[in-house]
Design a protein around this ligand. Sequence first.
Ligand code: GLU
Length: 291
Amino acid sequence: MSTTRTDSDTPQYRGRFAPSPTGPLHAGSLVAALASFLDARHQGGSWALRIDDLDPPRQVDGSIELITAALQAHGLEWDGPMTYQSLESDRYEHALSQLEQSGWLFRCRCTRATLSAQGACGQGCADRELAADEPHSLRVRFDGEHPHEFDDRFLGPQVLDSEAIPCDFIVKRRDGLYAYQLAAAVGDAQPQFNAIVRGADLLESTYRQRWLQHVLGLEPPHYAHVPVVSDERGNKLSKQTGAAALNMAFAEQNLRGALSHLDQAPPPESVRSASDILEHAIEHWSFPSGA
Ligand code: GLU
C-alpha cells in the first residue's frame, strides 16, 4: 500500500489488531499490536480492535479486560468501538452457503484419529454423501488452481508450497463453532480493513484466508507479516504456552523492547513516556528492509 498522510486519492488505511481472549497480552502480542498500530498511524490511518472470541472453550475469563488495559497502558488507543468475531454469525453463515453453492464445501466425519498427518481429511469424505445428522465438520477443498501468491509488504513476494499445506481445511468445526480461517477471511476483507499487519506465524493462514476471499468474491486486504518473538528454546511466545503477561509498570521498557524486535530506530533516552515513545516511533516507522 502506498497511502500517506497527504495522498487523498488512495483509500484511507484501515488496519486492526485482533487478539484472541485466551490470556493477557505478552511480549509477542505487543509486537503484533505495535506493528499494526504504527503502520496505521504512520499512514494517517485508522486502527481497530477486534476480539477473536470464536472459541469459548479456550477463552479465559477476564482476558478481554486484561488485554484492553494493557493496550491502554502502552498508549495503544484504538478507534471506534471494539468489535467481536462472535457477533458476526450471519456473515459466516452467508459465506458457508456461498461455499456450498459453489461446490467447495463438504461434510467431513473425520476425528483426530482419522485425519492425515497434515491434518487433512483422511477418509475421502469429499467424495461421499454424508447425512446431515451424522456428526461432522465442514471443510473446503483447498484448490490448487487459483493463484496462491501474494506480495507481503514486509516479507516480499510469497508463493504457496502446495506440498507443505493440507489439501482441505475446516471452516466449521464438529462442535458447531466457526473456524478462525472463515471468520478472519470474512472479517478482514475490504472495505472493512485494507491492511493487515500480524505475526509471521499466521503466514500459512493467509493463503487459506486469501483463497476463501477469492472464492467468496471478497477483496483481500494487503498483508504484512512481522517476526514473532520466541522464547529461549526457539518456541513462539504464546498465551497457550503460558507466556508471561506484560508488566504494565514497565510500559516504556516493553515498548522499547518491541521496537527493537521490529528493528526500529530507538527513541532517544530523553523520550520517556509511552505516548512520546509512540509519537517518535510513528514518525520513524518503516518495515525493515532486506527481510
Ligand atoms: N486472533 C488470532 C491470534 O491472536 C489471529 C490474529 C490475526 O489474524 O491477526 O492469533
